[in-house]
Design a protein around this ligand. Structure first.
Ligand SMILES: Nc1ncnc2c1ncn2[C@@H]1O[C@H](COP(=O)(O)OP(=O)(O)OP(=O)(O)O)[C@@H](O)[C@H]1O
Ligand SMILES: [Zn+2]
Length: 734
């Protein structure tokens, strides 16, 4: 039998061996999809039976499979997806298979676990703050687990300490392990609970989606304005799948932030879905993976990695906010979860629903080509109307360089407060200021391992820090300039969320402010807490980055201020205009979603820009038509096909020379008519201590770029610390 192991092997002449042949031990039967342990060199590793032997090795030299793991087989459609994704992204199939089998523990049946209870005795040794935190958390965690004593790992995670601290308390006699019942099954969502009463558009779209479930592969684009009730509509497709005894998968861009979504799901189906993303505890992931494989997890909502879960009976895939760039995985296997979801839908023979108020140009081009069907929701649900969008011409506002909120925006926020309503200020910049400059000599603080400036974060617990937004490097802010020695001369330039919060606090002290960014929200629990305070009206102004832009529904939020509407438009990125339009339309879409009408104020220095004009006129389709014809004329995606190569190495010369060799190889393998740009230093030419060189291939839409890339890669020896990353359909050009 041929087995695809989780690790790739170097074969003869530097060739990569993906699958290896093994003997089936006598008395055993193995079928494709079975998860097995196989010997590989001195080790035993996990793999999946892929099919009949391929005859790479003489029969006499074959080794037998060591063991079969006791878990459901990887379904055929998913095995084909592994091969298809590997081919499309030019990645080793083993790397894709690792995303299918990410939790080794889940490949064996659950073992009875031990949980911890308190003995009541004081621990031997000192009661450190960490130990005290564990003991104080125990009762709470036990209650959260339905009275079941928590495991070491769960308790340690909840108390924010290492497992060792908990073990120390066991050794010290304060905690004692007891048997814990095998985790119970996930609750079953009930499709037959009453759904909401639909208006005519919603009803028509829901009927179309319901009809599609069970009728084979199709892509349904659910294109509805913000607040039109797309979620409720695709819930009906999920209900249809459940009624057919099938599973449903919902992919969302930012899983940590879906407390409202989960509530609505529970409201519709009476039970929560199974949540899947990479930051969940190991115990949850093990249980969830196994339940999906055994078919006892009917609905999964997850981040892009959920796409590779082993559903045996998938009925529908939904990609919510399908335009979102977060669906693109940029390292390891570089793939776009929306596109690969469509691939999986085709292989499974099930419909894929792509939902968005601002669908990607790629998606709309597929609608135009007749490959995807579109269902439109033109109006907001119920009596709600779309907000009025206005520009504030910042050239006329003449604000001092240290102020960022204009008078009209301030007045609108105060008026909202008067009416008992809320506002939101959006700026897509974390930290205090994007730039910190020495006023004596102009020196800027840069990251030691990236080609990037450091960003001041002023309100950190331990005092102000300078942070690199690329690699996470942090250092305290110096008192003296390292270049000229001047003391206390560093000055912030421009606004970040923290600085805005400070300004709002001093301009409008009567407003209660909260900040929502990835720095202030460390966990889903904190996000849910902030959302709950917003819903309860305990916050007047929510200030944040794109993290707060999508999906939220706050009935009392009526004013949205975009502090710097021009921010995303600079730079020549292929999608700069499209992205900015999408982001600002999503932010704007948070205003006036219930009975009170909303107002959106865009602060801009370029009110005539097509993106700003389209937002004001609410003319999405006009904007997209213009954008599409530009792209068509330039042969750019979605009308052409692009692929990028990033070569990186600690030594700039190594990166450059491998990139040169790769470019020569590509000239041999690319289809006629394809253009090759580069090698050239990447815009971020140094990242995490690695020098980066880029190549970009531009070809016809029909060109098979993955195949050309794969052939080129096979021609290029990659030595030492050099890394070559191939990116088909690149989203990022940095
Ligand atoms: N038919 C309905 N009856 C009652 N409430 C509804 C109905 N449809 C939608 N809603 C409610 O209207 C609000 C907006 O719906 P929803 O969030 O699904 O819109 P959306 O189209 O996903 O918006 P966005 O793109 O901005 O996220 C939600 O609170 C939802 O529960
Ligand atoms: Zn850095």
């Amino acid at each position: 039998m041929a087995v695809l192991p989780l690790q790739t092997m170097g074969g003869p002449a530097g060739r990569r061996l993906d699958r290896l042949d093994y003997l089936v031990p006598p008395g055993t039967t193995l079928a494709p999809g079975d998860v097995v342990q196989v010997p590989l060199g001195p080790r035993t590793i996990t793999g999946v039976v892929w099919g009949p032997g391929e005859g790479d090795l003489a029969a006499g030299r074959l080794k037998p499979v060591t063991a079969r793991r006791d878990c459901p087989p990887v379904p055929e459609a998913l095995r084909r997806l592994v091969d298809a994704v590997a081919a499309y992204t030019v990645s080793p199939p083993a790397a894709v298979l690792r995303m299918v089998l990410p939790v080794d523990d889940a490949l064996d049946p659950p073992r009875p676990e031990t949980g911890l209870v308190a003995t009541g005795a004081a621990p031997a040794g000192r009661l450190t703050p960490q130990r005290r935190a564990v003991l104080e958390t125990l009762e709470h965690v036990t209650a959260e687990e339905g009275g079941s004593p928590p495991t070491v790992a769960a308790l340690a995670a909840a108390a924010g300490v290492s497992d060792g601290v908990v073990r120390g308390l066991i050794d010290g006699g304060a905690l004692v392990p007891v048997d814990r019942p095998v985790p119970r099954a996930f609750d079953l969502p009930d499709p037959d609970l009453p759904g909401p009463a639909f208006g005519p558009d919603q009803a028509a779209a829901a009927a179309a989606l319901v009809a599609a479930v069970g009728a084979g592969f199709a892509v349904e684009v659910l294109d509805g304005v913000t607040g039109s009730g797309k979620t409720e509509v695709y819930f009906e497709a999920i209900a249809a799948a459940l009624r057919q005894g099938r599973q449903a998968l919902v992919l969302v861009p930012e899983i940590a932030l879906t407390s409202q979504w989960l509530e609505r799901f529970r409201g519709r189906f009476g039970a929560p879905p199974v949540v899947w993303h990479s930051n969940l505890g190991q115990a949850h992931r093990r249980r969830a993976w196994r339940a999906v494989a055994e078919g006892t997890a009917p609905v999964v909502v997850g981040a892009r990695s959920a796409l590779f879960l082993p559903f045996p009976a998938l009925g529908v895939i939904v990609v919510d906010e399908e335009h979102d760039a977060a669906f693109k995985q940029e390292d390891g296997v570089v793939y776009h979860a929306r596109d690969m979801a469509v691939m999986r839908g085709a292989l499974e023979g099930v419909p894929v629903v792509l939902a968005s108020a601002t669908p990607a140009l790629e998606t709309l081009a597929n609608v135009e080509r007749g490959r995807y069907r579109r269902r439109r929701l033109a109006a907001r649900h119920g009596a709600a109307v779309l907000p009025a969008v206005e520009a504030i011409d910042m050239r006329a506002e003449r604000l001092p360089a240290t102020r960022f909120v204009s008078e009209p925006l301030k007045d609108a926020m105060l008026a909202a407060k008067e009416r008992g309503e809320q506002s939101m200020l959006f700026i897509n910049r974390r930290g205090y200021a994007p730039l910190t400059l020495c006023r004596a000599c102009g020196h800027r603080m840069r990251c030691p391992s990236c080609e990037a400036w450091l960003v001041e974060h002023r309100f950190r617990a331990g005092g102000p820090r300078l942070v690199c937004h690329h690699c996470g490097h942090e250092e305290p802010e110096p008192d003296t300039c390292p270049a000229c020695g001047a003391e206390h001369k560093f000055a912030p330039c421009g606004p970040g969320v923290e600085r805005l919060a400070e300004e709002v606090g001093s301009l409008m002290p009567e407003l209660r402010v909260a900040v929502m960014t990835s720095d202030t929200i460390a966990s889903p629990v904190e996000a849910a807490d902030l959302i709950a305070r917003m819903e309860a009206g305990e916050i007047d102004v929510l200030i944040g980055t794109q993290m707060m832009a999508k999906g939220y529904h706050f009935p009392r939020l009526t004013v949205v201020g975009v502090v710097d509407a021009d921010l995303g438009l600079a730079g020549g990125d292929l999608r700069a205009a499209e992205r900015t339009y999408q982001l600002l339309a999503q932010v704007a879409g948070r205003a006036g979603r219930a009975e009170h009408p909303g107002r959106v104020l865009l602060q801009t220095y370029d009110p005539g820009h097509p993106v700003i004009r389209a937002l004001i006129a609410g003319d999405r389709d006009g904007f997209l038509d213009a954008e599409a014809s530009e792209r068509r004329a330039a042969g750019a995606p979605p009308y052409g096909r692009w692929a990028a190569v990033v070569v990186s190495a600690p030594d700039p010369g190594d990166a450059r020379s491998t990139a040169d060799v790769f470019a020569r190889a590509l000239r041999r393998t690319l289809p006629p008519g394809a253009r090759l740009l580069g090698p050239a230093p990447a815009p971020i030419s140094l990242l995490r201590g690695r020098h980066r060189v880029r190549l970009l291939v531009m070809a016809d839409r029909a060109a098979d770029l993955p195949a050309a890339m794969a052939r080129a890669r096979d021609l290029v020896p990659v030595r030492g610390a050099v890394r070559v990353q191939i990116d088909v359909d690149p989203q990022s050009f940095l």
